[in-house]
Design a protein around this ligand. Structure first.
Ligand code: ZN
Length: 226
């Protein structure tokens, strides 16, 4: 560990809804002292802090518009200069386009930084659809179940609280899940290509156990955080 001279690692985590990106990002934060930065959190914090970029974002959002890439980048630059960003950051939800990825590269280059790794959580689409489509939760205690993956021990009764009412989200069906995955792949393909060209793309099989996925991610991140 050499906190004085180590440049904070800049990591990008890519993964479709349901791939466990949030869980894995939290585990990486705990293990490596990284800070996860999602675009929504960044914008909210900047607006609350009233920074110049935050004020710019606020007026756009109040008018119902989309915050420009330049403003998001300015907010990101402010945040990455924060005293608590020592080990590095995990970017979640930004960049979303190849243009934003190039803009991010330019921003980082100004401080001698670059993206250390863009890690793609790889999933089997049809298996993912099956996972999502069978989900339900106990209406009383919120315990999560799955028709085939984790059924209740006694049909119609929650293992945890004995409740007999269950909820299914309307969008937890195969058709919606498949559409979400297709949208994800379409949106992410240019980013994957960008980071592959830069030689920093890493792929992790995200269909296994949470611990195994965390280990695979940890191996990659350990190389970045020294
Ligand atoms: Zn329950």
């Amino acid at each position: 560990m050499n906190e004085v001279t180590t440049t904070p690692a800049v990591l990008i985590l890519l993964g479709p809804p349901g791939a466990g990106k949030g869980t894995q990002a939290r585990l990486l934060e705990e293990r490596f002292g990284l800070i996860q930065l999602s675009t929504g959190d960044l914008l909210r914090a900047a607006v609350a802090a009233g920074t110049p970029a935050g004020r710019a974002a606020k007026s756009v959002m109040e008018a119902g518009g989309l915050v420009s890439d330049d403003t998001v980048l300015a907010i990101l630059a402010d945040r990455m200069a924060g005293a608590d960003v020592r080990a590095g950051v995990i970017l979640d939800g930004f960049p979303r386009t190849a243009g934003q990825a190039e803009a991010l590269d330019g921003l980082l280059a100004r401080t001698g930084q670059k993206v250390g790794a863009a890690i793609s959580l790889e999933v089997d689409d049809e298996a993912m659809v099956g996972r999502v489509a069978g989900r339900f939760t106990c209406a009383t205690c919120g315990e999560g179940y799955h028709d085939t993956g984790k059924p209740t021990a006694r049909a119609g009764t929650c293992d945890k609280c004995g409740g007999t009412a269950f909820k299914r989200r309307a969008d937890d069906n195969a058709e919606t899940a498949r559409a979400r995955l297709q949208a994800y792949h379409a949106q992410t393909a240019p980013l994957i290509a960008h980071y592959r060209t830069l030689g920093v793309l890493e792929s992790v099989d995200a269909m296994g156990a949470i611990g195994d996925i965390a280990d695979a991610l940890g191996t990659i991140v350990a190389r970045q955080t020294g």
